[in-house]
Design a protein around this ligand. Structure first.
Ligand code: GLU
Length: 443
């Protein structure tokens, strides 16, 4: 049977790199094995989920080049959850509980104060029918918990190896809220059963959820899927990801001009034996994908490496793609060849391009040298060789060399300290514009 995977983001925020990595690994797994990928929006949290976040996540996934074969929203599948819940109820697998959120919080705080794990004490199981009626008469609606077996739960994880979660560390999960809404735990397992998901690949922060969910799969009479828990992304040195270490949303990286392929390369390589190499294509990533290459322990994101790889990916794009990405429809092949070494992002390319095509106020450092340079400027100025010969002539005439020669000319022509070789830039700038800038005119 071909594998069926799902990526299941909650639309309660933007897609972060950690989620993007989960999405990518699921996508690569599905594509490598010729399987299918479901995008499932886990929007059971009605207060925090928004249509705008959902649209943003989908847009970021498309930008990353990740597509899906089917799409579901948990908010539209209430009937499926109700039917599954009725079966659990009929089988005595769930029980009503009446504690308020504040009461539950107080219980957990008291347990922690005693050094105990904050596990639900099952007080609701002690309530008799009369007590329940009394609570309901006071207007308390029950929420419903799934009764765990209490035994340890184990599975053979495709990334972490054999895992055992002690039964005593797990709380009976709430499946239905007091307002009648379904929780993620119920919706997720019922969906995974109903849609016949074969592999669940997600972050290691879901390990405890998996233990609970394994019991729920059993209670629903379903076979459990294979599980793989990826170690969570950290910043350099194992520090939690922070804004500074590059925990921007995918959208942030996109705005900064980071290449989607660079994100794919880095996220497919982190925590594996693979080196992110700019020349690796997406097809290569699919072909060589193997979950066994993912290690159990660390997954470190180096934001500088991401920036470096992104620059290398951008600089090797063909002209047609660059035109599209940068919005520079009239970028010429000659311009791209020269500017490519100095532009790491579409934004930087646009800045260089503006400098060639739009008026600029030159910075004048050594007026005498620039006068001589202007007087010697050849007519015509067709290529880099002519420009190099001219620089040589200015050197002979002024006695200036090295930085003393190049820096004033560069500042006059570009108003910048750095950039492509002057001999390469000059023909792109054109004689007229170069001459006026050397003379200190805005041109
Ligand atoms: N909505 C959950 C999350 O974003 C999905 C977890 C899962 O894959 O089941 O963490």
């Amino acid at each position: 049977m071909l594998p069926l995977l799902r990526f299941a983001p909650s639309p309660t925020g933007r897609l972060h790199l950690g989620n993007a990595r989960t999405a990518l690994v699921n996508w690569l797994f599905a594509r490598h094995h010729g399987g299918r990928l479901i995008l499932r929006l886990d929007d059971t949290d009605r207060e925090r989920s928004t249509a705008a976040f959902a649209a943003g996540i989908e847009d970021d996934l498309r930008w990353l080049g990740l597509d899906w074969d089917a799409h579901y929203r948990q908010s539209e599948r209430g009937a499926v959850y109700a039917a599954a819940f009725a079966r659990l109820q009929a089988g005595g697998a769930v029980y009503p509980a009446y504690e308020t959120a504040d009461e539950l919080q107080a219980k957990r705080a008291a347990q922690r104060a005693k050094g105990l794990p904050p596990v639900y004490d099952r007080a609701a199981l002690q309530l008799g029918p009369a007590e329940r009626s009394a609570l309901e008469a006071k207007g308390r609606q029950p929420h419903w918990r799934f009764r765990l077996s209490g035994a340890s739960v184990g599975w053979s994880d495709l990334v972490q190896g054999d895992i055992v979660v002690p039964g005593g560390s797990l709380s009976d999960p709430i499946l239905r809220k007091a307002d009648g809404g379904w929780t993620y735990t119920l919706a997720s397992v019922v969906d995974d059963v109903d849609l016949a998901v074969s592999h669940i690949i997600r972050g290691d922060d879901h390990r405890t959820n998996t233990a609970v969910q394994v019991e729920l799969f059993r209670a629903l009479g379903a076979e459990q899927p294979a599980f793989a828990h990826l170690p969570l992304l950290t910043g350099p040195g194992g520090a939690p990801l922070s804004k500074r270490s590059g925990d921007g949303s995918v959208h942030d990286y996109r705005e900064q001009g980071i290449e989607p392929h660079a994100i794919r390369l880095v996220l497919a390589s982190i925590g594996t034996d693979r080196q992110a190499a700019p020349e690796t294509s997406l097809e290569d990533l699919v072909e060589t994908f193997d979950l066994a290459r993912f290690g159990r322990t660390s997954a470190v994101l180096d934001p500088d490496a991401l920036t470096r790889i992104s620059a290398a990916v951008f600089q090797s794009l063909p002209l047609e793609v660059v035109k599209q990405q940068s919005g520079l429809a009239d970028l010429t092949v000659a311009e791209w060849r020269v500017l490519q070494q100095n532009a790491r992002t579409p934004g930087e390319l646009r800045a260089w391009h503006r400098l060639l095509r739009e008026p600029l106020a030159p910075v004048i450092e050594d007026r005498a040298l620039l006068e001589t340079a202007a007087d010697l400027l050849p007519e015509p100025l067709p290529d880099a060789e002519t420009a190099a010969a001219w620089l040589d002539a200015v050197k002979q005439a002024t006695g200036a060399k090295g930085r003393a020669l190049m820096h004033p000319i560069r500042l006059a022509l570009t108003a910048r300290d750095d950039g492509p070789k002057l001999a390469d830039l000059l023909p792109l700038l054109g004689r007229e514009r170069a001459l006026r800038r050397l003379r200190g005119e805005t041109a």
